[in-house]
Design a protein around this ligand. Structure first.
Ligand code: ADP
Length: 473
């Protein structure tokens, strides 16, 4: 539900504060309401007592006269500022006096009779609002001579309570908002070192495993995290080194026997007395050995690139000559795809001829691999401004759009499109090509339509006159 610790903390704090304020506010409101009602009740009891004490007769007429006189006296003395309703009943339930008229329904005789001494209740007033009503017996010489009802309007009290409630709700919401904001700010402050550690660790890529996080972030917990992260990087570095060394050593060791095998196969194939099946078998072995050689060269190059040892030396490389050489080498394997030459501009770049040849071989190898028999692959070299452009095009199976970004990743193989002749690969060719091209200050890209072929383009900066001098040396 929450995307960040910050919002979770802010929400929790705000909720807790709101809960506390609600409980506290409800208690305060109940207490205040109770106190105010007690005050009203005491006032009503006092008034009832006072009126009852004033009655010294047992006839209805005299009683009404006495009460009227008392009320007038009270009004004159200014003791009647709060409107207090009054209604007087005879013991049989007849209304003797209603001054000012009590705006509630008259009680039945039975109800009056059930009043033992006095009873307080809250009743809805006719025309809206609420009244607090005291009903009591009036005795004279221990005889029940009348029933008395005094009532007070509760709207002032209710208004006070509702104002208090509004103030408490507003205060509660404000307190919750402040608590949420403070919690958010505090959480932001507390989590800042974590954000820094995330930023720092993000900047450590696979290429610079020697870098480490700073040892101190000012917070103990974060420092511990940084130490663990650094220890993990140490272990990763060791594992990576071991793996790289293994790949480099293994590739290196495999290269020599493979060269011998290939050399011997070439010699064997020169024999004119070979039967056709033997020649075919030997050709197949030769083709597979060549593929294995390329794979091993790729692995060795990658291992060296990872070790940072494969910076291209600055020789002057004739790209046109390189293209001719690569095309003739690829043709000698008698592929089922026609390899042609397109544009043939003269272009010199500064770099490593072996590595650049590897790029061309990888691209051409793919063009042949992913083109059905009878198709074509075309290699061109252009000069364009300060750039040399190598292009390897084919009319093969093409590349699915979702694969186009990823085919340059190490070990990624597009398996959505079936390969003609069921050829397999390692997923390394294009990542090697990318690495070599970048190391030469260039870039590589592809345009492709599914089923309509692909065009791989490599841009390399043309050699400057200074490079030529260095190359000549
Ligand atoms: P591999 O060819 O060994 O699988 P690469 O790194 O050379 O590895 O190529 C990665 C993927 O890119 C291939 O698996 C294939 O799907 C796709 N690809 C490369 N070149 C072409 C091409 N010329 N035509 C179609 N697909 C290609």
């Amino acid at each position: 539900m929450f995307r960040s610790v910050r919002s979770f903390l802010a929400f929790s704090y705000a909720l807790v504060v709101l809960l506390i304020v609600t409980i506290l506010g409800a208690s305060i409101q109940l207490l205040v309401e109770d106190r105010l009602r007690d005050g009203v009740d005491a006032g009503l009891e006092a008034r009832g007592d006072r009126i009852a004490a004033f009655i010294t007769s047992d006839t209805d007429i005299e009683i009404s006269e006495q009460v009227r006189t008392l009320l007038e006296g009270l009004a004159l003395a200014g003791q009647d500022e709060d409107v207090t309703y009054l209604r007087l009943y005879s013991p049989t339930g007849l209304v003797l006096l209603d001054a000012p008229p009590l705006p509630i329904e008259e009680p039945s005789r039975g109800e009056l009779r059930r009043v033992t001494r006095s009873a307080l209740r809250t009743a809805p007033a006719e025309g809206g609002g609420q009244l607090r009503v005291l009903t009591r017996r009036v005795l004279y010489e221990d005889q029940l001579v009348a029933y008395l009802q005094v009532g007070r309007d509760l709207s002032a009290l209710n208004r006070t309570v509702s104002q208090l409630r509004t103030a408490l709700v507003a205060g509660g919401v404000l307190a919750a908002a402040i608590a949420g904001a403070v919690a958010y700010a505090l959480a932001y402050q507390a989590l800042k070192p974590f954000s820094r550690i995330v930023e720092d660790s993000r900047s450590i890529g696979a290429d610079d495993l020697d870098r480490r996080l700073p040892p101190s972030y000012g917070v103990r917990e974060v420092n511990r995290l940084a130490q663990s992260y650094n220890a993990l990087l140490d272990r990763l570095r060791t594992a990576f080194d071991l793996q790289r060394r293994f790949v480099a050593d293994a590739s290196h060791e495999l290269r020599t026997p493979l060269t011998t095998i290939r050399g011997n196969l070439e010699v064997l194939l020169l024999d004119p007395d070979l039967s056709a099946p033997t020649r075919d078998a030997l050709r197949q072995v030769s083709g597979e050995t060549a593929r294995m050689s390329r794979l091993i060269n790729n692995l060795l190059l990658l291992a060296r690139a990872d070790a940072g040892q494969a910076r291209p030396p600055s020789q002057l490389v004739d790209l046109h000559a390189l293209v001719l050489e690569t095309v003739s080498q690829a043709r000698s394997a008698k592929p089922p795809v026609g390899i042609t030459l397109g544009q043939e501009d003269q272009a010199f770049v500064a770099g490593d001829a072996d590595q650049l040849k590897q790029v061309l071989l990888n691209l051409l190898d793919n063009a042949v691999k992913y083109t059905p028999a009878g198709g074509w692959a075309r290699v061109s070299v252009y000069r364009e401004g300060a750039w040399a452009k190598l292009e390897v095009a084919d009319n093969g199976v093409g590349i699915a759009p979702e694969d186009r970004e990823r085919i340059f990743d190490r070990f990624y193989r597009g398996e959505r499109v079936p390969t003609p002749r069921g050829t397999t690969g390692s997923g390394l060719g294009l990542s090697i090509a990318t690495w070599v091209v970048r190391a030469h200050g260039g870039r590589i890209g592809v345009e492709s339509t599914l089923g309509g072929g692909s065009v791989f383009t490599v841009w390399l900066p043309l050699a400057k006159p200074r490079d030529k001098v260095m190359g000549d040396e």
